[in-house]
Design a protein around this ligand. Sequence first.
Ligand code: AMP
Ligand code: GLY
Length: 425
Amino acid sequence: MHILLLGSGGREHALAWKIEKSPLCKKLFIAPGNAGTRLCGINVELNVLDFEAVKIFILEQSIDMVVAGPEEPLVRGMGDYLAQEVETADVLFVGPRQKGARLEGSKEFAKEFMNKYQIPTAAYQSFSTQTYDEGVAFLHKLQPPYVLKADGLAAGKGVVIVSSLDEAVSALRNMLHDKAFGKASEKVVIEEFLDGVEVSVFVATDGQSYIMLPEAKDYKRIGEKDTGLNTGGMGAVSPVWFADKDFMNKVETKIVKPTIEGLRKENIPYCGFLFLGLMNVKGEPYVVEYNVRLGDPETEVVVPRLMSDIVELMQHMARGTLKKYLPEITPDFAVTAMLVSGGYPGQYEKGKEIRGLEQISNSRVFFAGAQERNDKIYTSGGRVLAVTSIGNSLQGAISKTMENAGKIEFEKKYFRKDIGQDLLR
Ligand code: AMP
Ligand code: GLY
């Protein structure tokens, strides 16, 4: 098969690494890719939001399967476009169509869907500029902390959690009146605060059947012991002991089954990954968010635990034959730490040379914001690379990751040294 993978982050490097190993993969292209994906296939300069350009590339290179890494092409309807064009109608597409992608593309839609199918989530109400006053009145009725969410895609920054009523009211005004997140915050969801521990669960589905992939914990805050600003994710661990059999059974019966069932009832075909951002509140799972793709950096710990051929899995997803398939997962622990540019998630500098990669042993480095120039590798983003290790003990995997993360050098490098520490028992 000729496969085209869309995206350029650590998630895509982990996917490219796994796809390239498949005997089913003859040629892999990554658009636009990064310094890591180019070791697994051919990076192509292609604007993945220019669907016509993507179509032309598919035809030129006889692509058999397209895998969407990030959500944006999905939310904008790339799957629908390729299915409607005669020449690309038969190309396998891993990712939901535009309707299904609304689970991530609109918080209001996701909340309505969950309410309709009785999927546990925080109580909420949705407001627009016209109903701003009602929004303020609603905030007065809630207990702190207050959770406000821009309805649309806001590059992971659309959620505001504040502890005082004043801050909440001013955040609402900012979002609705001052359009703090542009079009994304024309509507705002205000919801109840869920007090618990977060865990991410990935589901692979063809719209009828599903497979639950391993759960992972994402470390979202910049500072150790979960302090400071939210980031795209500073590290991840899989498996996670508190997501035990009992909890995962609840996730399956209360969330996964009714979600797949609900999509079917709404006539929303869904062949792709579904990422459940969950809160474990005293042993009960609640959905914090749906994402219609894999998570980053969770992919960097989940994909290495997948022993089976990922292309085979994706083929079953895209062809609707998942029912007959069961992938093999190793019980081993995977731990990843993200090395980031100093200053991230605020202002940071790029273009710093990355050194020491040749000294890494017993870990795998997945590149995120890193680009190659004249045989050297330079930082090109906030999250630069993910160092993943596997071990039959959590402590073993943590130690390997931390040791190797320490060996890599670039100016103002930062990483959290406490990834996984809270999960040791
Ligand atoms: P989201 O973009 O929806 O994932 O939200 C970003 C982060 O905000 C989540 O990962 C949670 O840590 C936090 N969050 C979102 N909604 C809630 C909620 N209702 N209660 C508590 N924390 C939340
Ligand atoms: N790690 C969270 C995300 O990918 O959205």
